[in-house]
Write a protein that binds this ligand. Structure first.
Ligand code: MF3
Ligand code: CO
Length: 291
């Protein structure tokens, strides 16, 4: 709530309109939710139309890179090769791969196979095998704006059990998106995904989640996919975040590879799948930015 702002002052959102004709009623509504004990986003998490346009442009590159991967991925290639594609395609379009050197991450993309949950590091030593399922997680910086989305790929003849895991995880994105609307809670989305995964006999990773994104790679809020309806942050127009559940065939317990400090595995060695979508909350629902 911006108490210093007069009703006739220019709105904080960058629209150029008077506060009373712009976000004044919005701020009053936010304040009412806050008074009721809700976790509400602060203004820094609400993107301006100009920023959203910048993120859209970044996301166009992100989507094009994933499309390139989709066309070329196959058994027999190394994950290092995927890393090269991502670096070359991203930079050819004027972007920067966001993972590269991010907190010391050594590559341009995350590639996570079978029981790898996320943050797998591409390597010359990892050759894609017939029957593998792999998540390719692409993130782009373009003119200072961040985009992030990931897809699963089935390599050759994948077992029906693994295929179902990949499909259910993809469906869980739609189940989650159906809950995204202004003045709902992130927990509405989180519980919907969790319930859907459990109905299908799977577990959902608790320790790793989605995130706000746009001006930074990882912004508030942290986004859980095992949360409860009516809890977690209020969703309001202009918020940009990811939905990226990691769904496991076995236990939800995971661990980080001590040797590389990054790769996350399932505790029981059972397969894990993940899809990731980046969206902006709109006046009447959401717009997908990257997928
Ligand atoms: N792309 C991942 C996400 O969805 C983050 C990867 S961080 C990295 O949040 F350093 F491993 F690239
Ligand atoms: Co992400």
């Amino acid at each position: 709530m911006n108490k210093a702002l007069g009703r006739n002052d220019v709105c904080w959102c960058g629209s150029g309109k008077k506060y009373k004709k712009c976000h004044c009623a919005f701020d009053e509504k936010l304040e009412a939710f806050r008074m009721k004990g809700a976790l509400v986003p602060d203004h820094s998490l609400i993107k301006t139309p100009e920023q959203i346009q910048g993120i859209r442009e970044s996301a166009k590159i992100n989507i094009a890179v994933l499309d390139y991967v989709a066309e070329h991925i196959r058994a027999g290639i190394t994950t290092e090769e995927i890393d090269r594609w991502v670096y070359e395609q991203t930079t050819a379009m004027g972007g920067i791969p966001a993972p590269l050197n991010y907190e010391g991450f050594p590559k341009s993309v995350c590639t996570s196979i079978n029981d790898q949950v996320c943050h797998g590091i591409p390597s010359e030593d990892v050759v894609l095998q017939d029957g593998d399922i792999i998540n390719v997680d692409v993130s782009t910086i373009y003119r200072g704006y961040f985009s992030d989305s990931s897809r699963m790929f089935c390599i050759g003849n994948v077992s029906p059990e693994r295929k179902r895991l990949v499909e259910v995880t993809k469906e869980s994105i739609q189940v989650g998106l159906a809950e995204v609307k202004p003045w709902g809670f992130l927990g509405d989305m989180g519980q919907a995904i969790h319930d859907f995964a459990r109905e299908n006999g799977y577990s959902v990773v608790r320790d790793i989640g989605g995130h706000g994104i746009g001006l930074e790679f990882h912004e508030d809020p942290w986004v859980s996919f095992v949360s409860k309806r009516g809890t977690e942050m209020l969703m309001v127009p202009g918020m940009v975040f990811t939905i990226e559940p990691m769904i496991n065939m076995g236990t939800d317990e995971v661990f980080v590879d001590e040797a590389d400090g990054w790769t996350v595995y399932t505790d029981d060695g059972a397969p894990s799948a993940q899809w990731e979508v980046q969206l902006v909350v709109t006046e009447d629902g959401y717009e997908i930015l990257s997928y």
